[in-house]
Design a binder for this molecule. Structure first.
Ligand code: FE2
Ligand code: FE2
Length: 475
């Protein structure tokens, strides 16, 4: 079951050849996908040989095989984690019943919506990142970008497989629509706002892969608990790929910080103007980028109170993060959770039914997880002996969804009036000038082993290759 059949047109470990109708439907979708990749995938990269890993098995050991491939020839396919024998539903109203191997009619619309919403984020991020290859800071980074891109492409495959296999004609139509929406397009945008934002430079890319791919991790973790077993199994395998994306983000930001700190020590200054003159990104700008990406990303968890979230949980479609590890009744009726609201000039906590607050529960779990990496970034600054610390902003800062949307809150969590907001917003969020400065640093560095001035090289290469390995052959 776990080994992948690569002799077929669509690599898979789901015995695709035994279901001719499904196989044919997916084989019809495949050229449309490749056309989308051609149109919207990494710009000008079609002919590059890229040192990529490809899944060869879903076993935790040795699932990846590395080699140079042209991205359009990447073996995108369908990989599910092995089935767990006699898996039972472990939360919600159906607790204890057998997990579903098919979609129950009454949950069809909601499940389809969940799968489409997840699926839509995958091609969206490829679209957002499609120009970045033109300004890569090194071959090593270029390769990592492309690895993330092909895996997001595969995540789209994962969701389209579920749509085709379990949702009939509706599912096939959704599969087409996933290739038609475009990130940032006015007429036919991607579903979620963070996936319509631009990723214009590599600092944004690293912040995105640290913060926004981590949202992906939490959504996938919640879906990995689903009573709909095929969804649980496919998201479990997606999570193994997601880990690398967050590594790219965390190590990328860390290397930017490392380079900045080195310049600060060398020039004995913390003056942003002097540091910019030296061609590195000052820590205050990094903090503003962090504030932006963190706040935009936590909006992705949705409204703090949501009857849909309650329905998705109670019906067993979507669990909590690490549902299986929690020691409560996994039904949550009559339980409460604290959400924030504004009363007068104050943010106050309010108890609401936990079932309605499950978006907030997931958001809070996410916040705990994302703080960890920020602390590791601070270690780099601390080691350099520089008295500056990065901080994730208060969760009410710069929000656009739920009861906090539109309320002006400072990064340290004070409700502020327009006047104070306007006076300080340039310290809190990236300005046009910040973005223009960062953009001005984005050259293209592609000689093996060379790195742009604004970022430090990594400690080690990919798959134990040297840092100056030829990760991309441009042909
Ligand atoms: Fe993904
Ligand atoms: Fe990802």
């Amino acid at each position: 079951m776990s080994s992948i059949n690569y002799s077929e047109k669509i690599p898979n470990n789901v015995n695709l050849s035994e279901d001719r109708t499904l196989q044919r439907a997916l084989e019809q979708w495949q050229p449309n996908y490749l056309q989308w990749w051609d149109d919207m995938g990494p710009e000008g990269s079609q002919n590059f040989d890229v040192y990529l890993r490809t899944a060869v098995s879903v076993d935790p050991q040795g699932w990846a095989q590395f080699g140079h491939v042209k991205m359009p020839d990447y073996r995108w396919g369908i990989f599910l984690n092995p089935a767990e024998k006699d898996r039972r539903i472990h939360f919600g109203d159906h607790l204890g019943e057998a997990a579903w191997q098919d979609v129950p009619g009454e949950h069809r619309a909601n499940l389809r919506r969940i799968i489409v919403t997840q699926g839509d984020t995958e091609p969206a991020s490829v679209e957002q990142q499609r120009h970045l290859g033109l300004t890569c800071p090194s071959q090593y980074d270029l390769r990592n970008l492309f690895q993330v891109n092909v895996e997001e492409g595969r995540h789209l495959w994962a969701m389209v497989y579920l749509l085709h296999k379990y949702f009939g004609r509706d599912g096939r139509e959704e599969g087409e629509a996933l290739l038609e929406r475009r990130s940032g397009n006015d007429d036919n945008p991607r579903i979620l706002q963070a996936f319509n934002e631009k990723t214009p430079d590599w600092l944004s890319f690293f912040m995105f892969t640290y913060f926004t791919d981590r949202d992906g991790k939490f959504q996938l973790c919640a879906l990995a608990e689903s009573s709909f077993d095929p969804l649980a199994r496919t998201t479990k395998f997606m999570l193994t790929e997601e880990a690398h994306h967050m590594f790219v983000g965390e190590s990328g930001v860390s290397r930017v910080i490392q380079r900045t700190c080195a310049a600060m020590i060398e020039l004995k200054t913390d003056d942003p103007a002097k540091l910019r003159a030296a061609g590195v990104i000052d820590l205050a700008t990094i903090q503003r980028y962090l504030n932006f990406h963190f706040s935009v990303t936590i909006d992705l968890f949705g409204a703090d109170q949501s009857s849909n979230a309650a329905i998705f949980y109670s019906t067993g479609l979507k669990g909590r993060f690490e549902e299986g590890k929690r020691a409560d009744d996994h039904v949550l009726k009559g339980q409460h959770y604290k959400v924030l609201e504004v009363q007068g000039d104050q943010l106050v906590e309010k108890d609401v039914p936990m079932l309605n607050a499950l978006n907030e529960v997931l958001r809070d779990d996410y916040i705990k997880d994302s703080v960890g990496g920020v602390e590791r970034w601070n270690k780099v600054i601390e080691k350099a002996g520089i008295p500056f610390r990065l901080k994730v902003p208060h969760k009410a800062f710069h929000r656009n969804i739920g009861s906090l949307s539109g309320v002006k809150v400072s990064p340290d969590g004070r409700v502020v009036h327009d006047h104070e907001w306007n006076q300080n917003v340039e310290q809190w969020l990236p300005t046009d000038e910040d973005r223009a400065y960062v953009a001005s640093l984005m050259g293209r560095v592609v000689e093996p082993g060379r790195f742009a001035n604004w970022i430090a090289p990594p400690m080690i290469g990919i798959n134990r290759q040297p840092v100056n390995f030829e990760y991309v052959r441009f042909n």
